[in-house]
Design a protein around this ligand. Sequence first.
Ligand code: ACM
Ligand code: ZN
Length: 649
Amino acid sequence: MKRLVPFVFVLSVACLQAAEPPPIIPRPLKVEAAEGRFLVNEVTSLAFPAEWKSQAELLTAQFKQDAGIHLKPSPSGSIRLEKDSSIADREAYQLEVSPDRVVLKASTSSGIFNACQSLLQLVPKDSPHAIPAIRVTDAPRFPWRGLMLDSSRHFQSIAEVKRFIDLMSHYKLNVFHWHLTDGHGWRIEIKKYPKLTELGAWRQQPGYPEPGKAGRYGGFYTQEEIREVVRFAAERNVTIVPEIDMPGHNAAAISAYPELGCSGKPQPVDWFFDYPCKAQKFPPFPGTNEFCVGRDETLRFTTDVLSEVIELFPSTYLHIGGDEVNPAHWKQCPRCQKRKADLKLPDEHALQSWFIKELDRFLASKNRRLLGWNEILDGGLAPGATVMSWTGEEGGIAAAKMGHDVVMTPQNFVYLDHGQSNSPLEPNHWPGHNPLEKVYRYNPIPASLDATQAKHILGLQGNVWTVFIHEPWLLDLQTWPRACAISEVGWSSSANRDWENFLQRLHQHRPKLDALGVNYWWEDTAELGTWSPANITAEFKPLVLDLSKLLASKPAGQLPITFSYVKGAHGLAIRSVELRVNGSPAGSDAHDGFTGWSSKGNTYQLTHPAIPDGAKVELVCEIHSDGGTDSEGRIVSESIETRKTSGSR
Ligand code: ACM
Ligand code: ZN
C-alpha cells in the first residue's frame, strides 16, 4: 500500500460530525431510531427459510468478514430473515433491530439481499458489535441502478470482475452492464466463431509490457467462466446485461474474420498508440471498425453470436451498442450501397437503423429486448428498442417522448472514466470533469418530461471505460466513491436526497470502504483565499492570507497549496509561497507557476513545523496577473488520500 500523498489535513468538515444519522448508503426511504442496542456475539444465531439459504450464507460470510463472528444457523435464531408477501416491490425490505432480535423482511430474495446489505452497514467493526435499535422501511426509486465495465480496452480477470460486482451489490446497485466487445479486443468465447477469441482477443501493443517492447496484450472469458459470473451476480441481486457492440467498434472481430468488413482485407486488432494510454486524441486506425451491413453473412454472424449470448445471460435486455458508427466505408462499399438502394433508404443513418431493426426483430423472437446507445435513434428507432442516453440527455428525452424506455447515462454527469478532481495528482483519465458532487446532484428525470413520459426512465448508470485504466487499483480509483453517489441517486427518493447529508454519511462510512479494501479517491478541499481584480496587479506583489485559525495547534506536516483559475481574460503567475509563524519564515516553496486556461506548476508544497496554540500564521503569496487584472480564482489546499495497491487481486 502506498499513499500518493501521506498527509491528512483536517478541514472544516469537523462540523459534519455533529448529527449522526445511520450511515446507510444509499439512504433508505424511512429510518426511525428506537431504544437500545442489539449485541452480536459468539452465540448469535440466524433463522431463514430454506429458499433463502444462499442469501443466509452470504450474510454469514459477510458478518464473519466484517465483525469476525460466525452466525450459527438455527430456526430460533435472534437474527431472522422472514418472507413477507405483502411487501410489493421485489427489491423492497423492512429491517427492525431491537435489543432482543433483528428481523429482516422482504417478499423476494432480492429484497432480503438488500435488507442484509443495510444491516451489514450498521454493524460496528469493533467490539462490542452493538447495532443501534432502528426501524427501516425501504424501497428503490428506480429499477435500473447500473455500472458499466469496459473489459475490452483493458481486460480484467474473472476475480476482478467478481469483485467489481460484489462491491456494487453492497450499495444495492443492481445492473452490471458488461462491455464485452470493442475494437481493442473481443472478450467473450463464441463457440461457432473461435477466431474471435483466438485472434480477436489479443492485440500487439506498443509499449507493453514495458517501454520499447510491443507485446501481446489481451484475454477473454470462456463460456464456463461467464456462467459462473452470472450465477455469482444473481445471488447478489445483480443482473448482467452483456453488450456486443455493433455495427461499429468492431476492429477486433474484423481482424479475426476480415469478411465482416466492407473491404474484406486483413487488418490488426486496434491498439493504443502509447501505453499506458495518455493520448486524448487517437490517430486514425489503419482498418475499419464497422461491419459491412451489405453482406448477408454479417447478419448471420451477428444473430449467431447473439444466439450464444442469449444462452449465457438470462437478462431480458441485450445491449447491441450502436454508438459512434463511421459511415465512410459504407459510402464506398458497393454491397452497402446496393443494400441502401434495394431498401430505398435515404442515407447511411437509415442503413444503420435498418440493421438495428433486424437485430430488434431477432431479439424479440427470442423474448429478449434490445438496448442500444442513443445513436440508434438516428435514422429511426427500432420498435422494441430501449435507449441508453450517453451523449447527453437529449436522446433519452426524445425516446421517452416516443414511449420508449430509457436508461440515463449522460457522459457529462455520470461517466466515471472522466476526472473527479482538480488535483494534479489525479491519474490520467478521459477528458471531462465529473466530481462526486456533480454525480450526486444528477437527476435522471429531465424537467421537460411529463409524468407519463418520466415513467419511461428506468434509472441511471455510471460507465467505467477503461482506456486509461490499465491496472486494478485505477479501476477502484475511478469507480469509488462516485459509485456510492450513483447508488443513492438511483435508490433514494428525491425527498431524501441531500448532498450535505450524503457527504456526512460517506465520511462515517469510510471505514467500511477501507475494510473492503477499496482504493477509493478521497479529497477534502479547504479554501484558503481568493484573488480577483481587487487584490492583484500586473506586477508581482505579495498577497497575504491569514491561516491562524485553520492551522491552529497543527502538528508538523505538509501543506499543499494550489492556485486555481476560475474566470477572467487573464491568468495568474506565481513565483513563491511562504508560511510565516509569528512573523518568522516557517516553510516556503519558490518556483514559477501559472494558472489560467491551462495551468502549469500551480501547486506549491510547504513543509511546516508544529504550530503553537494562538500563533499568528500568514501565507505570503507572490503573485501577479498576466496581461491585465481581469482574473479570478481560488487558493485551495487539498488533502488527497488514496493508495496504490500492488499486484492483482
Ligand atoms: C460511448 O461512450 N461511446 C457509448
Ligand atoms: Zn459494406
